[in-house]
Design a protein around this ligand. Structure first.
Ligand SMILES: [Zn+2]
Length: 302
């Protein structure tokens, strides 16, 4: 029998379908994959209550990566007693989040707290660092940690039977849509690594895929292939655009226009498009792509 996995809608910015946490009940309580940000703890509590639980039932938290919308409430859950799993590169920032908070504050400024809430530290003795390919056994549940860089260096996708929790490396997809959009963010964006990570997940033959933005889909293979197509077309688009050396502002505008066109071609409604943008704000993408181009493509022309 397939393991029950519940999608909790954290209602980020009063928007359905933007940020999920996934709840997996088992004999000893529950595992949570992703926590959402500190600003949606009330939404998380409500989601747990809807399944007859409270935060104290959550024994283990598996984080795909340390971005605020995925890991912001991990410290709070650790305070309630949860053990937290994170990539080795992300671990120091969970123990001492000061630098992470400072750099996010530079980006979000006075909107920082409203958007993301508090990011509490995870005590070192509650933090676990899996190896690439390691099986994490929790009672009768077996998760496999796959290191999957591209969106961020510190990214893990977790397999559970035929389901993969794809974090952000599996892209952003709204319920009812086929369209997979890549969250292209600085500072570690690397399209080559992203492609390799998606190829790895494709090779594993998962049937279902659970992107944090948003929900669980039964067509993992097609979803991942759509993600791979997005990687290739973004690379190609950059090859066309970047030689003219656009400013970040020009690049951002061109990219937003291109993304809008893609969404329309894929039949995304205006309402869903707004949710795609809340889950993946495009204003970060220009910086992410410009940095990737300068760091990896201009220097290593192949
Ligand atoms: Zn992210």
């Amino acid at each position: 029998m397939a393991q029950a996995v519940h999608t909790l809608d954290l209602n980020f910015q009063n928007r359905h379908d933007a940020i999920a946490a996934f709840l997996i009940p088992y004999s000893g309580g529950a595992v949570l994959v992703e926590t959402g940000p500190g600003s949606t703890i009330e939404g998380l509590k409500a989601g747990l209550v809807a399944h007859g639980m409270t935060a104290s039932n959550v024994t283990h938290v598996l984080l795909s990566h340390i971005h605020l919308d995925h890991a912001g409430a991990a410290g709070w859950l650790a305070q309630q007693g949860a053990e937290v799993y994170v990539h080795p590169v992300g671990a120091p920032h969970m123990i001492n989040p000061e630098k992470l908070i400072a750099s996010a504050t530079r980006i979000y400024q006075d909107r920082m707290h409203t958007l993301w809430g508090d990011f509490l530290a995870v005590p070192e003795d509650r933090l676990h660092i899996p190896e690439d390919g390691e099986t994490i056994t929790i009672a009768d549940l077996e998760f496999v940690a796959y290191f999957t860089p591209g969106h961020a260096e510190h990214h893990i996708a977790y397999g559970l039977g035929d389901l993969v929790f794809s974090g952000d490396v599996g892209g952003v997809r709204m319920p009812g849509c086929d369209y997979v959009r890549l969250p292209l963010v600085p500072p570690e964006l690397h399209l080559g690594k992203w492609q390799a990570s998606l190829e790895l997940l494709l090779e594993k033959g998962f049937k279902r895929i659970a992107p944090t933005h948003f929900s669980i889909y039964d067509d993992a293979e097609k979803h991942i292939e759509n993600g791979l197509k997005a990687v290739t077309s973004t690379e190609k688009w950059l090859e066309e655009i970047m030689p003219s050396e656009p400013t970040n502002e020009e690049l951002g505008k061109k990219f937003a226009a291109w993304m809008y066109e893609q969404a329309k071609t894929n039949g995304v409604s205006e309402h869903d498009l707004k949710t795609y943008e809340i889950a993946n704000p495009l204003h970060m993408s220009a910086t992410g792509m410009a940095r990737y181009w300068k760091k990896f493509r201009q220097k290593n022309k192949t």
